[in-house]
Design a binder for this molecule. Structure first.
Ligand code: PLP
Length: 425
């Protein structure tokens, strides 16, 4: 498509966009009496308006039914999480038995490592990406120390080549082969939080398995953003938070995937609790743990139903739209943002460098832009003028034109605000 940096052109794209009305499904903060242009859905997604009704329903059932709500609520609480399995499994390319919701992301990754990181003196190393999200780094360090190894020795980072912003697939595979028989686990962010780079999860998973390692993925920036085929890719496990692209609300529950091939393996250690116990017999209060055969068998505690309620509202919204339609719009709107950035760069003789891969297959909806020569004052200007972005030192802005609630007109208007912010300084 040949783009134009004009209001009329952007409005024409909106008129042709089958998802444009979904913007009305969300609540937007306001600045100067106008809805903001919201580019930080990769950090905290907007509130779907329908979420409130789901929360109210649980509050009402609690008030009127109290303990009876476990079985007689409108959506009974004791198996509330099972309402996620169908829609959520479709979003991540899994079988319904392979997904569950519980805890929060880093907690789930720790629990997954209980099962899938069983180091021996010969095979104890973990491969991750250079500058992984800090929580993941702390996860790796504390896990290897817990097992009596040294992080400097046991954690192997795949590095960027000098002068490059992204990690090359061939370098990941080469590192996996190099560590080979010493490799216990590969655990990488499927979409890098800083650059927005999407990794080739199928190829990396295959390479890890070839040398006898388990392969898991942190999908914090992937769930609800990119196409996932976790079952077919033979991924061992994955987990994601739901408050970024999945719009479930601050700090909300994590989704978790465990491949079918592991469901009946009684050799795998796990930390157990009563909510993972055989569903039919859960309330018989038996002394021996008999796990549900499926991802639900990794559940520990009874569920925080109040917090799952807005997540369920959002998952149902995603199921209604479908990842295919979402990805189609995402590709166009991200490309339009890229185009507008280049146009403004040309007009103001700026020096913008988009560090996210330009290949649409290697990115989702985030563009990370190095604004050479600009400072924090530009960030302040954008925020004051109703553009919500995030700023990373030294001067990188991350922009996520989330397809569910961003319009093409938003992109055009952002370009104009960016331009005046640079010209005004
Ligand atoms: C956002 C994010 C997290 C956050 O983890 P929580 O346990 O939900 O606080 C972890 N890892 C990555 C890669 C993230 O992007």
């Amino acid at each position: 498509m040949i783009f134009e940096n004009s209001l009329a052109f952007a409005q024409q794209l909106d008129a042709q966009d089958p998802l444009s009305h979904y913007q009305n499904e969300f609540s937007f903060p306001q600045v100067n009496g106008k809805k903001v242009i919201y580019f930080t859905g990769n950090s905290l997604g907007l509130q779907p308006k329908r979420a409130k009704a789901y929360v109210d329903e649980v509050m009402n059932d609690w008030a009127t039914l109290a303990v009876e709500g476990h079985f007689y609520a409108e959506k009974p609480w004791w198996d509330y999480h099972e309402r996620f399995t169908n829609p959520l499994s479709k979003l991540v390319g899994a079988l319904p038995t392979e997904v569950t919701v519980m805890n929060t992301l880093t907690v789930n990754l720790h629990l997954m490592m209980v099962s899938f990181y069983q180091p021996t003196s010969k095979r104890y190393k973990i491969i991750c990406e250079e500058k992984a999200f800090p929580s993941d780094q702390y996860l790796f360090q504390s896990q290897v120390r817990f097992h009596g190894y040294e992080p400097e020795d046991a954690i192997v980072e795949v590095k960027r080549r000098k002068g490059e912003h992204n990690i090359r697939l061939e370098d990941v595979v080469a590192k996996i082969n190099e560590v080979g028989a010493e490799l216990a686990l590969v655990l990488i962010g499927g979409v890098n939080y800083y650059t927005g780079q999407v990794f080739d999860m199928k190829t990396i998973t295959e390479a890890g398995h070839k040398v006898g390692a388990y392969v898991g993925w942190d999908l914090a920036h992937a769930a609800g953003n990119i196409e996932l085929q976790l079952h077919d890719w033979q991924v061992d496990f994955a987990a994601w938070c739901s408050y970024k692209y999945m719009n479930s609300g601050p700090g909300n529950a994590s989704g978790c995937f465990i491949h079918e091939k592991h469901h009946t393996n009684s050799e795998l250690p796990r930390f157990a609790g009563w909510w993972g116990h055989n569903k039919e017999r859960r309330f018989k209060m038996e002394p021996h743990f008999d796990p549900v055969q499926g991802a639900d068998g990794w559940q520990i505690s009874n569920l925080p139903v109040l917090s799952l309620a807005p997540y369920l509202a959002s998952v149902e919204l995603f199921a209604e739209v479908g990842m295919e339609a979402l990805i189609k719009k995402r590709n166009t709107i991200t490309a339009y943002l890229e185009f507008v950035l280049h146009e403004i760069d040309r007009e103001v003789k700026g020096n913008f460098e988009i560090i996210t891969p330009s290949n649409p297959k290697e990115r989702g909806c985030q563009l990370s832009v190095f604004l050479h020569g600009e400072g924090r004052s530009l960030f302040d200007y954008l925020m004051k003028n109703g553009v919500i972005i995030d700023w990373r030192e030294p001067n990188v802005i991350r922009l996520a034109p989330v397809p569910l609630y961003t319009s093409f007109e938003n992109i055009y208007r952002f370009g104009q605000i960016l331009k005046s912010g640079i010209l005004e300084k």
